[in-house]
Design a protein around this ligand. Structure first.
Ligand code: ACO
Length: 361
């Protein structure tokens, strides 16, 4: 039995390829390094959606349409935000998205692209006792998210966040993308499929890891001894957050892209000293993992430097998975559309190992 479905191919896709041995990520024919820092998130949304929606406009027009979708989502959901805000920030975002129309048109897709970017800052502001800030349809997607959040903002920070959104936009058949494709295969609407992806992303073995990375860094800083703290965690059977991957046997290429972004941000701020500390923790973790799990190559994954980048961008750790969703949602939508266009109902078999009924009367 394929416990965890290792090596099972469950879809043909033109969207992305994860080369776990070589440490390469390809998104629709482009390497990650070609896209990250060079393409805007709106352009990557277009790249992913191309061929999956009729009459997809050009880059500039699509980016304007995403801006308008941000405004529309804000106006639709604003009356409900007060009720959602007391929930944890991820559940509140997910509940807000569940209130959007469950259609299949480009307009439905763009509302879903916009929703995490709009809901996350609005909900964070409400929990701080502040009024949500309305989106600006003309602003860049990442710049607008920072503007709505109301913390420090600059073109460099907006570019860093935009690069993050591009870096995490799609990544093969990971758990949340698979969940999205399963729901899309039933011909439920796009919002239903995205809600499945959101459910899977939340877990700490997937997109829930970057918040705990910050907790780990803080705990190690307080303990003063990274190697001892990490060894103790392993001895207690805990996992080191931000390390390990089902597919990558080498370093996750997204980790290096995001580390370079943090380094650029950190030259003149406290981000620089945070980065230097994180690098020593990373080194210690890699050494501890090598000794503790010699049979498995456990390397740094995307979440380790995600945590530093999103912290530097002014997001609280509780909202890191929301920001991950703001990037990944474009990939989920493209996969949902691809599944509907090319796939069948996903319905694997299970092997019954329970008790059998007593057929003797
Ligand atoms: N810390 C300690 N041990 C680890 C770690 C880790 N980070 N990752 C894997 N292992 C160990 C397991 O304990 C297990 O050891 P054992 O054989 O002695 O029992 C062995 O490696 C295999 O574990 P699996 O769960 O089967 O390995 P898999 O490759 O499927 O795990 C996963 C991938 C779930 C991401 C894992 O590495 C992990 O839990 N990492 C920490 C959480 C994390 O960073 N998640 C984000 C992943 S990136 C993303 O989803 C966007």
């Amino acid at each position: 039995m394929a416990n965890g479905l290792d090596d099972v191919v469950a879809a043909d896709t033109v969207l992305s390829d994860v080369d776990g041995a070589g440490g390469h990520l390809t998104i629709r024919g482009h390497s990650l390094t070609e896209l990250a820092g060079h393409w805007r998130y709106g352009q990557v949304v277009r790249l992913l959606f191309d061929g999956f929606f009729d009459e997809l406009p050009g880059d500039a027009e699509l980016e304007r349409a995403i801006g308008k979708a941000r405004v529309e989502v804000f106006e639709r959901l604003q009356p409900m935000l007060g009720q959602l805000a007391p929930l944890d920030i991820y559940s509140a975002m997910r509940a807000g998205i569940a209130l959007l129309p469950d259609g299949e048109e480009l307009a439905d897709a763009l509302r879903l692209v916009a929703a995490p970017t709009v809901l996350t800052p609005a909900l964070l502001r409400l929990t701080r006792g502040e009024k949500p800030v309305a989106p600006d349809a003309r602003a860049g997607h990442a710049a607008d998210m920072l503007r709505m959040l109301g913390g420090p903002s600059s073109p460099a920070l907006a570019k860093a966040l935009d690069t993050y959104l591009v870096t995490v936009c799609d990544h093969g058949l990971n758990a949340s993308t698979f969940a999205t494709r399963v729901v899309a295969s039933t011909q439920a609407g796009l919002a239903s499929a995205i809600l499945a992806g959101l459910g899977a992303l939340k877990g700490p073995l997937h997109g829930g890891a970057p918040g705990p990375v910050i907790e780990m860094l803080d705990a190690i800083e307080a303990s003063g001894d990274a190697a001892a703290w990490l060894s103790d965690e392993i001895a207690r059977g805990e996992r080191i957050m931000g390390f390990g991957h089902r597919i990558y046997r080498v370093r996750d290429p997204r980790a290096d892209v995001l580390k370079a972004v943090v380094r650029r941000l950190g030259t003149r701020s406290e981000t620089g000293s945070r980065l230097a500390f994180a690098e020593t923790v990373e080194q210690a973790a890699l050494e501890v993992l090598k000794v503790a799990k010699p049979q498995r190559s456990i390397q740094t994954n995307v979440e380790f430097y995600t945590a530093l980048l999103l912290e530097a961008a002014g997001f609280p750790k509780e909202a890191f998975s929301n920001v991950f969703a703001a990037g990944r949602v474009a990939g989920w939508i493209a996969h949902a559309r691809e599944q509907q266009a090319t796939g069948r109902l996903i319905r694997p078999q299970s092997r019954y190992v329970g008790p059998v009924p007593d057929l003797v009367a």
